[in-house]
Design a binder for this molecule. Structure first.
Ligand SMILES: Nc1ncnc2c1ncn2[C@@H]1O[C@H](COP(=O)(O)OP(=O)(O)OP(=O)(O)O)[C@@H](O)[C@H]1O
Length: 319
């Protein structure tokens, strides 16, 4: 079972960067109750893929990443990186991580940080790594004087020191403003064009859309949708039209091909529209609907769409 087993010869030549099979991780809370954070998760990441790992708070993203990096072991199931145990791949420098915080000494300069950590990796090219992470101009700045975005670029530089094949980023832009997020991703994107495998956890739909080839959505420790970034784009491009409307009219509208689904919250009906302009015309001209509102689909609504539609595209990138 699991990560301690010796890799067989065929596994070492695995075409996959990462494989998680039926992975389960439980925690015990302060009251001694058992809680399943990761609940039979299956995921396969091919070499060269850029995968966004998207999900609400507490979905199990960090726990999964910790298992992927060999920081914690699954209670059951199997985790492999490049056909070997995660710890072995980490030791070999094949995988590196950018985590949300920690790992930096506030009084060191940017350059001293990279040099100090670079000394752990024989052959590391400190100047090249700083250039790749876009921090050469910050070399004399102390870590505690760097912005959140600059510190993340420094962590990115540190992750590059081992010249990894697979980079794992756990919510690397959490807490950054939009401009800092954009700058961070521009740096990473530039670097990953060289074919590195990347998996990143995020809460931001637009980061997943803009940066990933593939989007894996998790909820309650399970993969609930897995598809291309274009399927995500289609899911978030929709609009929700809501109105105060009589049940009879609502039923008729819901049966229209312009409507994917209808939900009722409070006294409003929410229609998930295939064509929001046409639906708006229908509501105004054919029903007694009032207080009509059109809004972009929320993350939760896109999530629901992907959960249903994603199933059909679910395995396109994985099998
Ligand atoms: N060491 C631990 N002990 C007990 N419970 C834990 C521990 N680590 C995580 N959990 C719980 O497991 C669940 C999954 O947590 P995890 O951090 O993996 O989620 P996440 O998707 O990364 O969430 P977020 O987006 O908020 O960071 C949460 O309910 C969390 O409280």
């Amino acid at each position: 079972m699991e990560t301690r087993s010796q890799p067989a010869a065929r596994e070492v030549t695995s075409p996959d960067a990462a494989v998680l099979s039926s992975v389960v991780k439980r925690f015990t809370n302060a009251k001694g109750e058992e809680f399943t954070a990761v609940d039979g998760l299956d995921l396969r990441i091919r070499r060269g893929e850029v995968v966004a790992f998207l999900g609400p708070n507490g979905a199990g993203k960090t726990t999964t990443i910790d298992m992927l990096l060999g920081l914690t072991r699954p209670d059951s199931g199997h985790v492999e990186l490049f056909g070997r145990a995660p710890q072995a791949a980490v030791r070999a420098g094949q995988v590196a991580a950018v985590l949300q915080s920690g790992g930096l000494l506030p009084d060191l300069t940017v350059e001293a940080t990279v040099r100090m950590l670079g000394s752990l990796h024989p052959g590391a090219d400190v100047e090249q790594v700083m250039a790749r992470a876009g921090i050469t101009a910050l070399r004399h700045r102390r870590v505690n004087e760097c912005s959140g975005g600059e510190q993340q670029r420094l962590r990115f530089a540190v992750a590059l020191l081992s010249n990894p094949e697979f980079l794992v980023l756990d919510e690397p832009t959490a807490g950054m403003d939009v401009a800092a997020r954009r700058e961070f991703w521009a740096t990473v994107r530039e670097d990953t064009r060289r074919g590195m495998t990347v998996m990143f956890a995020t809460h931001y739909m637009e980061e997943a859309d803009q940066f990933a080839d593939r989007v894996v959505m998790v909820d309650r420790g399970r993969v609930v949708a897995d598809g291309s970034a274009s399927s995500l784009r289609a899911a978030i491009s929709g609009r929700t039209v809501s109105a105060l409307i009589s049940p009879g009219d609502a039923q008729e509208v819901a049966a229209s091909p312009l409507v994917r689904s209808c939900t009722v919250r409070g006294d409003r009906h929410y229609f998930d529209a295939t064509d929001s302009d046409a639906l708006l015309r229908l509501l105004v001209t054919r029903t007694s609907a009032t207080e009509i509102e059109v809004a972009p689909r929320s993350l939760e609504e896109a999530f629901m769409v992907l959960t249903h539609q994603g199933r059909s595209t679910a395995q396109e990138g994985t099998r």
